[in-house]
Design a protein around this ligand. Structure first.
Ligand code: F0G
Length: 466
């Protein structure tokens, strides 16, 4: 068969120069950053795969939209554009803009959660769970077991386990469950999608018990691409239709616009319920800004409205996830252990299999991310025990089964050659994995510790021995 490559449905108009560094410079930089890639100045980074959040390249149309910013304090024209984009593509009635996703999570948690409530979700996300706990709730994981197994090839590893959800409802009663947080796709599981069939069943179960569902729609369009690829009956449907159907099984969403919506800043809460919308508008003015801007400039809302329409293009999403799969394919050929099947927004290396010699207490994923930076200037992110933090009740470290390093691909930013360089560095490290040294905390912040924690190698003064 003749080979047909995928390619991006855009060409490059502006370039941003990158600084190349030497290994000695990177060794100094990572030590200065306490072996935490979050603390590296970006000027010292060559290929930045820390996150896909706020790192997308905007289109010329979005930049043109920025010039159309209506910076009125109240009732900005751009708010109405964003409101109609959210209504058209996500289908929710009320839009409350926020400065980013966690602003929406904060407001939703404060509106709905009472102390002692249980909040089920298909795996935790760091900021989402932190706001649930801050409001007095307890997060309960109801994702299927396959999600915790990096080797399971289940096509929808993000699915909710209906048995686990029913058991929770039986144990605490529906009155103590303010809502189910449904993540599409599931970031901490490796960008794994939920199936439409599962969303439908979960919705029926929750409606029977009067429990609301709020979707974390941060990467829901990416989820819809997987539904189109993998779920019978969706192969010919436009992504926009699939998205509307997915949202129809839920009562609203929180959104970090910094991912799917292709903007550098922004987010929103969207809900159908009038009373909840009223309550949320009352809180947004306290924490974010007036309910028609929520901490955003008018131009930011305009860029997000345009980005939403661009995000549901099949060609865009095909190239976006195609690039992630291209990188995964290169690593797979070298036998590098990673979460499979590959998810939507990045390649998640399985640090426990990569570095079996390091005990969990030496944070193998944190060490691998630091070593990767030293080797090539590629910046990745730990998603394992450091991110999971401590149990608020016992104060013990939480050790999730997944101990991962995330190579997150910004949208429309890097080229295939950047992916080649990344794969060569990871594969090279895998061959010399015995040289990677474990880490211990030298400073541990109280909340969301992964952002600002500092470490030192458990022995010697290098995370990657020469
Ligand atoms: N929900 C999910 C699934 C996310 O991935 C994020 C952010 C948020 C909510 C919070 O949104 O950052 O706009 O406040 N994820 C980023 C990441 C930080 O790197 O995965 P935010």
């Amino acid at each position: 068969m003749q080979r047909r490559s995928w390619a991006e449905p855009f060409k490059i108009k502006v370039v941003e120069h990158l600084r190349m560094t030497t290994r000695a410079e990177r060794e100094r930089a990572i030590a200065g950053a306490g072996y935490n890639t979050f603390l590296l100045p970006s000027r010292d980074v060559y290929i930045d795969l820390l996150t896909d959040s706020g790192t997308s390249a905007m289109s010329d149309r979005q930049w043109a939209g920025m010039m159309m910013g209506d910076e009125a304090y109240a009732g900005s024209e751009n708010f109405y554009h964003l409101e109609s984009a959210v209504r058209e593509f996500y289908g929710y009635r009320h839009l409350i803009p926020t400065h980013q996703g966690r602003g929406a999570e904060h407001i939703l948690s404060k509106c709905c959660i009472k102390p002692g409530d249980s909040v089920p979700g298909n795996m935790y996300f760091t900021t989402t769970r932190a706001h649930q706990e801050l409001a007095g709730g307890q997060f309960v994981d109801v994702i299927i077991d396959e999600a915790h197994d990096p080797a399971s090839l289940h096509p929808f590893k993000g699915d909710v386990d209906l048995g686990k959800l029913s058991a929770l409802i039986g144990r605490v009663g529906p009155a103590r469950i303010p809502y189910l947080a449904l993540h599409a796709t599931v970031n901490m599981a490796g960008g794994q999608p939920i199936s439409m069939a599962n969303a439908r069943e979960v919705s029926a179960l929750c409606r029977r018990h009067g429990i609301r569902i709020f979707m974390d729609a941060t990467r829901a369009v990416e989820n819809c691409w997987f539904i189109r690829e993998r779920e019978p009956g969706y192969a010919d449907r436009p992504l926009a239709d699939i998205l509307r159907e997915l949202c129809s099984y839920t009562d609203g969403c929180t959104m970090s616009g910094k991912k799917d919506c292709l903007v550098n800043i922004g987010g929103f809460l969207a809900v159908n319920d009038d009373a909840l919308a009223e309550q949320a508008r009352n809180l947004v003015v306290l924490f974010e800004g007036l309910h028609t801007y929520g901490g955003l400039a008018g131009r930011d809302m305009e860029a997000m409205a345009i980005g939403i329409a661009e995000s549901v293009s099949y060609d865009h999403m095909h190239a976006r996830i195609g690039q992630v799969q291209y990188l995964a394919g290169l690593l797979e050929r070298e036998g590098v252990p990673m979460v499979r099947p590959v998810g939507g927004h990045g390649v998640f290396l399985d640090a426990r299999a990569f570095l079996p010699q390091l005990p969990r207490e030496q944070f193998p994923a944190q060490a691998l991310a630091a070593a990767l930076y030293v080797d090539s200037g590629v910046r990745a992110m730990e998603r394992g025990a450091v991110s999971a933090g401590r149990d608020p009740q016992t104060g013990e470290n939480r050790y999730p089964r997944l101990e991962l390093v995330r190579l997150t691909i910004p949208r429309r930013v890097y080229t295939q050659a950047h992916m080649d360089v990344t794969a060569e560095s990871v594969a090279g490290l895998y061959q010399q994995r015995g040289r990677i040294v474990g880490l211990r905390f030298t400073y541990e912040p109280e909340s969301l510790r992964f952002f600002q924690a500092r470490f030192a190698p458990v022995e010697g003064d290098a995370v990657l021995r020469r």
